[in-house]
Design a protein around this ligand. Structure first.
Ligand code: TYD
Ligand code: MG
Length: 467
């Protein structure tokens, strides 16, 4: 059987297919499969005559460990996300949608490091030197010693950064523009991106320079996304945010040298990104404390507590099938909460549209938000505003029971710090702060919570509906 010369590689997830298809079986994306010549690329197998191997020295697990030497940028939010600063000799991937602010963030980081006396090289493959200079001026970074190059060829970049004193930090903006002479496929394809990234990682490991790689998250399939190189780098950070909102979150997805659940929060301004040391203030924003349907959730992001307002609107429907729309939360989780409310609490929502929104464009991923969301829903349905000085958290199970969640103490402390004097939380929660003056109301089931919020109002309503 003749061996196939080319492969069909999904540009979104890197899955290799033997023939072209409209939909990738690996990730389910459409029109992402592109024909590539694997020769000379990563994962292409033995394309050339294999050389004779060289034995490496085997070593023991115990032995001296060098503490990973870090270079902190001094930007607290960035350092928090990287676990205390960039690690020397490591490769960090920063992914995000085009236009979200990756280049801005890295230019600011480059300037900060350069001011501390580090040698920083910024390689831009997307913008011309003049454009980068313009941005640097706007960010107040033009007076620093950051070295700049506009180049996309991998071999030329390596030659450039190998010259002179070893750089402490090299920024490659972006991996999708990299192309190497050794790979035959077009720039932006999986093979080219992987070859380029591999070369940059090798440079980092050999010289001890930190390599920061920018990768655009791509929607259409002709360009390889950052996911295809996630496994190769030491740390993966995603820069996220909603275009309609002015704050940005740097989220750690993978980190070989630190924790992975940390976030850094930034606010966009015309002078660049500003660090937000207290994100709760940002997400609470301007609250209307008398409106029904709003509840404050005391959440956690990694080791840091965050308070955020969830808003619900429950309105009688005019459609056959009522609408359920969710922004910032999981819609299947909402369906579950609605089912539990209906089955165990006598809260009938079958004739109501339900809209749920998390303030500030923030995204909640914790199940601990269940109680806050249930409270907001009940409050909106009953038309009764929740107490303005109260926070809610706790996980709801299908039986209607409320389960304790982790970090109770930290959540309550953050709430107290921001002027909330009451909390509704699961019964049997551990680590309640001692000596605090807050009113902590413990509930052990969802019907309990519904009765506390709406009292007899919902029952009267049901009776009325039943005639
Ligand atoms: P940019 O950093 O170029 O995004 P990316 O590199 O991720 O594609 O930023 C996109 C645009 O947003 C750019 O025109 C500058 C603007 N911007 C600000 O004005 N202020 C800010 O704080 C940020 C982050 C961006
Ligand atoms: Mg950019």
């Amino acid at each position: 059987m003749a061996k196939a010369k080319t492969q069909f590689i999904c540009q979104n997830c890197g899955t290799v297919h033997s023939r072209w298809a409209g939909k990738c079986e690996g990730c389910g994306e459409w029109n992402t499969i592109v024909e590539e010549d694997p020769m000379g690329g990563i994962g292409g197998g033995p394309g050339k005559t294999p050389k004779k191997g060289r034995a490496v020295t085997l070593t023991a697990l115990s032995g001296e460990i060098e503490e990973a030497p870090r270079i902190p940028t001094g930007m607290a939010e960035l350092d928090r996300a990287t676990g205390g600063g960039f690690v020397r000799g490591s490769a960090v991937l920063i992914g995000g949608d085009p236009g979200i602010g990756k280049s801005t963030l890295l230019m600011q980081a480059a300037a900060a490091l350069s001011r501390k006396g580090h040698r920083v090289i910024y390689v831009s493959g997307e913008e011309a030197v003049a454009q980068v200079r313009l941005r640097a001026q706007r960010l107040g970074a033009a007076d620093t010693d950051v070295l700049l190059a506009a180049e996309t060829n991998v071999e030329d970049i390596l030659a450039t950064i190998s010259e002179g004193k070893r750089p402490d930090l090299v920024i490659i903006d972006s991996i999708q523009t990299l192309w190497s002479d050794t790979a035959d496929s077009a720039p932006g394809t999986v093979t080219q991106v992987r070859t380029g990234v591999q070369a940059m990682i090798r440079f980092a490991k050999q010289t001890g320079a930190t390599m920061v790689l920018v990768g655009h998250v791509t929607k259409e399939g002709q360009i390889a996304g950052p996911r295809v190189v996630e496994h190769m780098v030491d740390a993966v950070l995603y820069f996220e945010g909603d275009r309609g909102h002015h704050y940005r979150i740097l989220r750690t997805v993978k980190n070989r040298f630190g924790p992975t659940d940390e976030i850094g929060v930034f606010e966009m301004s015309d002078k660049g990104l500003r660090e937000v040391a207290n994100p709760s203030e940002l997400f609470l924003g301007e609250r209307n404390e008398k409106a029904p349907g709003a509840a404050v959730f005391a959440g956690m992001e990694g080791t840091r507590p965050i308070l955020v307002e969830v808003q619900a609107l429950v309105a009688a429907t005019s459609l056959g099938t009522p609408r359920r729309a969710v922004v910032g939360w999981d819609s299947s989780r909402l369906a579950m909460i609605l089912a539990v409310l209906e089955a165990h609490c006598g809260v009938r929502l079958g004739q109501h549209d339900v809209y749920l929104n998390v303030a500030g464009g923030y995204r909640i991923s914790e199940p601990a938000a269940d109680m806050a969301i249930a409270s907001a829903l009940v409050s909106s349905l009953a038309g009764l505003a929740l107490p303005a000085d109260c926070v809610y958290f706790g996980e709801v199970s299908l039986s209607g029971a409320v389960r304790p969640v982790s970090h109770t103490g930290q959540r309550l402390k953050e709430a107290e710090k921001l002027g909330f004097s009451a909390a509704v939380l699961p019964a049997a929660s551990a680590e309640l702060p001692k000596g605090s003056t807050g009113k902590w109301r413990e509930v052990d089931s969802l019907p309990d919570l519904v009765a506390q919020i709406a009292g007899s109002r919902l029952k009267a309503r049901n009776d009325q509906e039943d005639g």
